[in-house]
Design a protein around this ligand. Structure first.
Ligand code: ADE
Ligand code: ZN
Length: 326
């Protein structure tokens, strides 16, 4: 029986983590009190009872709603620092962190507040938690292409803090090609590119994210298994997939963890990583996720080590600062 060190605590990178999805009920109520925000839940117990999701959209409704407590730079710093402390305790050595600027600017919170607050925590992360970090700015795909372009424009003064752009939120009906222009602009600014694709959407969205948006990694990519030709391509081109098994169960993409195709995906030669997505909502941080796939899917120590190795292979760990100045 592998010890916790070989399951939960294995040194690893986390590549699919929405910082807003690390907002634990306790911190949500603390920030609500600090900012005079009334939440539609009596207490943390009642809030936790609302975490029964039917699909991605039912989760997103609650996720965006709870962000109402995030107001100041201090709030964003506290949020990120709490995540980094938890991640460190589960073996995370490098974290590439998504944030959703439009979910905050739509509430009147300037992008500067978000980026500067998060950056205060990220700057101290190496020294406090032993975790190196990157920041990935996501566009909300259920908002317009114009809104994404305006978000990239608003982020211009902060690009020295941002490594890559991503694409998240409600997938079905919002194919990647809608964001061709903003991804081209991001690439021209020296930003790297990733996108959620194939979480609930069809395999064609994965192909489109690669061919039209030029992404280097696919976030989720679960539905590639419906298209053997696409699997061959992902293997051949060594495109990393940032899988999130606990998220897939909670958002009902798979019925139970025992049914998750991770073992078949690894056996097919896909460059798989496992990640926590929105750990405050989906029942565990990334170490818990490694432990869960060990228990439910029978992945052995060697397979868990392969996942951890893949997480560093797939990370943006080369010198993106130099790329930015070029
Ligand atoms: N935003 C936060 N979590 C997400 C997920 N799992 N899919 C799409 N958008 C998200
Ligand atoms: Zn995600």
């Amino acid at each position: 029986q592998p010890t916790d060190r070989t399951t939960g605590n294995l040194p690893k990178a986390e590549l699919h983590l929405h910082i807003e999805g690390t907002l634990e009920p306790d911190l949500a109520f603390t920030l609500a009190a600090r900012n005079g925000v009334r939440l539609p839940y009596a207490d943390t117990e009642e809030l936790r009872r609302a975490y029964l999701f039917e699909d991605l959209q039912s989760f997103l409704d609650l996720y965006y709603g709870l962000m109402a407590v995030l107001h100041t730079e201090q709030d964003f710093e506290d949020l990120a620092d709490a995540y980094l402390a938890r991640a460190a305790a589960q073996g995370v050595r490098h974290a590439e962190i998504f944030f959703d600027p439009q979910a905050h600017t739509a509430r009147g919170i300037p992008i500067a507040t978000v980026v500067e607050g998060l950056s205060r925590a990220l700057e101290r992360s190496e020294e406090r938690h032993g975790i190196s970090t990157r920041l990935i700015m996501c566009f909300l795909r259920d908002q317009s292409a114009e809104s994404a372009l305006a978000t990239l424009e608003a982020a211009r003064p902060h690009l020295h803090r941002i490594t890559a752009v991503g694409l998240d939120s409600a997938e079905v009906g919002h194919p990647p090609a809608k964001f061709r222009e903003v991804y081209e602009a991001a690439a021209a600014l020296g930003l790297r590119r990733v996108a959620h694709a194939g979480e609930e959407g069809p395999p064609a969205y994965i192909t489109e994210a690669l061919d039209v948006l030029g992404v280097e990694r696919i976030d989720h990519g679960l539905t590639c298994m419906q298209d053997p030709g696409l699997v061959d391509r992902l293997v051949r081109e060594r495109i990393p997939l940032t899988l999130c098994p606990l998220s897939n169960v909670r958002l009902r993409a798979v019925d139970v963890l025992e049914d998750h195709p991770l073992p078949q995906m690894m056996a097919a030669g896909l460059l798989c990583t496992v990640n926590s997505d929105d750990p405050a909502y989906f029942g565990g941080y990334v170490g818990d996720t490694y432990h869960a796939v060990h228990e439910a899917l029978g992945l052995d120590e060697e397979q868990l080590r392969a996942l951890a190795r893949n997480s560093f292979t797939a990370a943006f760990l080369d010198d993106d600062e130099e790329r930015r100045r070029r």
